[in-house]
Design a binder for this molecule. Sequence first.
Ligand code: COI
Length: 357
Amino acid sequence: MSIDMLTIPAQCVTESRIQELDYNNIEFGKIFSDHMFVVDYKDGAWQNPQIMPYGPMSLNPATSALHYGQAIFEGMKAYRDANGDILMFRPVDNLNRLNISAERMCMPALPEDLFMQGLEQLLRLDAAWVPPTSGCALYLRPFMFATDDFIGVRPSATYRFIIFSCPVGAYYGQALKVAIEPQFVRSAEGGAGYAKAAGNYGAALLPARKMQDKGYHQLIWTDAKEHKYIEESGTMNVMFVIDGKLITPPVSTTILKGITRDSVLTLARELGYTVEERKVAITELVEAHKAGKLQEAFGTGTAATIAQIATIHYDGTDMDLPAVEGREISNRLATELDKIKTGQAPDPLNWVQRINL
Ligand code: COI
């Protein structure tokens, strides 16, 4: 299907709900914009793309995604620049990762022209929902799930792909207290940890809740074999500045290939910082902290962008890190990245795609 041949029929709302939105007080993920893009897969092809009002859908109780978890998602953001234009950040990278997740979960790939046309049409229609406020964005949630009405265990023959969106502000309101997880694992080699599969997030809720009960906002996942090496933090990739170097675990089958992660590492290299993608042992963090060399720690993700970590707990001890305001590398990277996303800085790698309104 070529992009020129696609025209997506749209059924528009009769009255926008945008007056429900207070741009100065946006809570993450609670208010959804007026429309959604929906396309179904059956008989081996994506069919009947349409844009319709955001709202409930009817599903059969036997819908296979609800039973066996063939469900994957993405998170991406669109911003408004100083002229009021809408800018998407690295949308094709999200599609590529969606298709990597789809392959792992035995689901069909989504063609790029269908994804981009649905996304652009949706953004044009709901452009008013992209917040003009600094630090805010329109969060887009593309996702795909299995729709066969069948409870035998086999890959579904039918799927639905949807994109809806919601205006968002900061995901975390403060620097995080996190604790290194000594028992539970998020993913193991050969598993599906690199896929953005719904079940990975569901299985992480109990360990996170247990850490929250102990007074921490989130946890840091460690490797499944030995619990010796750092993997991710909560739903984010995680990075450290040790003795002036930016260090993060390498992507693997157990770690999500974060688009914010890649953007931050690319920018850091361009700005001349030393970047190391390598295993990070818990003992290295503990020793660096003791020696006063653990200068910064932060999570990276689409929703949170750069989430500062104030304290890391390990084995009965809280390691408090230097104050967030003085963190040279992460603060600079956050500012530079934000400038690119909002069209205030050159974009040599073409990360930003402008929507013609
Ligand atoms: C994102 O950063 O988009 C995420 O995946 C986090 C999300 C689960 C809120």
